[in-house]
Design a protein around this ligand. Structure first.
Ligand SMILES: NC(=O)c1ccc[n+]([C@@H]2O[C@H](COP(=O)([O-])OP(=O)(O)OC[C@H]3O[C@@H](n4cnc5c(N)ncnc54)[C@H](O)[C@@H]3O)[C@@H](O)[C@H]2O)c1
Length: 147
């Protein structure tokens, strides 16, 4: 199985990489390291890292054309600067559309962005679901569907 993980250096992505690497032929990560860290990506032979953005249409198309992934986990999410709505909208909306359309083109299975990242807020010292590589914890604002 060939897997593309967007945001693979993040909390969700790095944990999923750890799980998928032993059962995959190739795992390619695309991450711009806005909040993720290279050091959090598991050191496994099948894992390749591309530094870049899901908003970079030619890069996304290149990765899909060369990898032809069977599975795409779309974990890239932007929320770092609450005032930078442009970057958030570009990554979370435009980036998600580019990934979905590329999936459609090559015919692979894709997860949607797991949840709206506006529901996620970084709260140093609060412990809940997910610990990031920089040691911060994330408090999840529970969605009405519940996660
Ligand atoms: N952490 C959880 O427990 C949890 C649970 C449910 C859903 N989610 C959702 O999963 C998604 C990821 O959450 P997370 O906790 O892993 O956050 P995170 O910040 O740890 O990971 C997001 C990753 O996306 C990368 N990124 C940001 N903009 C990018 C871009 N333009 N191109 C490529 N990469 C980019 C960041 O550098 C980072 O590595 C969010 O949508 C969040 O709402 C998280």
């Amino acid at each position: 199985m060939k897997v593309l993980l967007t945001g693979g250096a993040g909390c969700l992505g790095s944990n999923i990489t750890e799980f998928l690497a032993p059962i995959s032929e190739r795992v390619v990560i695309i991450d711009n390291f806005a909040t993720g860290k290279l050091a959090s990506i598991p050191d496994a032979g099948v894992v390749e890292v591309v530094e870049g953005s899901v908003t970079d249409s030619p890069l996304v198309e290149d990765i899909f054309s060369s990898l032809k992934p069977d599975l795409v986990i779309h974990g890239a999410a932007s929320y770092k600067d609450p005032n930078d709505w442009y970057t958030d909208a570009n990554t979370n909306v435009v980036g998600s559309i580019l990934i979905a359309r590329a999936c459609e083109r090559v015919g692979c299975f894709s997860t949607g962005q797991p949840a709206n990242s506006s529901l996620l807020r970084n709260t140093q010292g609060h412990s809940d679901t997910c610990r990031s590589p920089d040691g911060a914890n994330y408090e999840l604002w529970h969605h009405q569907d519940g996660w």
